[in-house]
Write a protein that binds this ligand. Sequence first.
Ligand SMILES: Nc1ncnc2c1ncn2[C@@H]1O[C@H](COP(=O)(O)OP(=O)(O)O)[C@@H](O)[C@H]1O
Ligand SMILES: [Mg+2]
Length: 306
Amino acid sequence: MIFERKPVFLQNHNLYKKPLNAIRKCDFCVSILVLYAQNMHKNSILESYVDRALMTGEKLRKIAIINQKGGVGKTTTTINLAAGLAKRDFKVLILDLDPQGNISTSLCVKSEKNMYHILVDDVNPKECIVNVQENIDVITSDQSLEKAEMILAGETSRETVLRRVMDGVNNYDFVILDCPPSLGLLNQNALLYAREAFIPASTDFLGINALKKMQIAIEALNDIFNHKIFISAVIPTMYDRRNKTCIEHYNELQRGYSDVLTNPIRVNSKLKEAPSQGKSIFDYANSSRGAKDYEKLVEIIIDEGE
Ligand SMILES: Nc1ncnc2c1ncn2[C@@H]1O[C@H](COP(=O)(O)OP(=O)(O)O)[C@@H](O)[C@H]1O
Ligand SMILES: [Mg+2]
């Protein structure tokens, strides 16, 4: 990882702990970052950091919750992150890009027109938005999205359809994309629309393995499409501190991803039960460990953006 060898004066300047808006306002910080990024590997997280630091006026944060491995907590994180942000009065739009359609099942929301119609029939996304609760809107998906992926495969500029069609949807603070467990066209569309990737990684061997592959895939995509999505959060999930393997893998994450690692989301049965009631963890079991962990994650995400 690039941050293993932090230049001393960067440490002194405390750049790594500074909120982004403070960095943006400080000419010294920005110039140091730019200088360093120019000398670093092209796709380093540092370069992304510069990009982010220099980004001004972009209020909307577009976040892909992504990992090509299934069952690592992508949908759970999407729903509870959205709910936590909504509680704090941020306006959130969830895009379900998974043909399993778990967002609509978990939030008990139905829609006549969905992601398929946006991607294939050129339907305006605004016609597909459904309000779920205060501050949370959703564009759902269902199995038809598998067909959409096949149809898109025959089109030109097929990887950037989502980016083009979502261009006019700006009246949110966050757009959060629940991505499918694959590296196919749907995820390429997600990554080329979003500016940030959050990777939930289960704290086990396969989870970390998938995280590494995802990082390589994102770097390749950035290279090929001259895009700049960056991994701004690695979220350890299914964490059980009584389990030695979990601890070992969590430690590995701390060593490799310290600059973007968030608090761990512990194993919690309430998180499993909440979708069957159509509720977020905050509405289902507000004092549970799951609610506490997602609350903390929300705090980190908000701080990071300020
Ligand atoms: N921290 C957790 N503790 C216990 N169960 C969890 C936790 N996070 C997710 N789950 C459960 O694990 C399963 C897979 O989670 P999900 O969010 O659907 O993963 P993905 O979207 O990556 O496939 C679901 O049944 C979910 O309720
Ligand atoms: Mg899912």
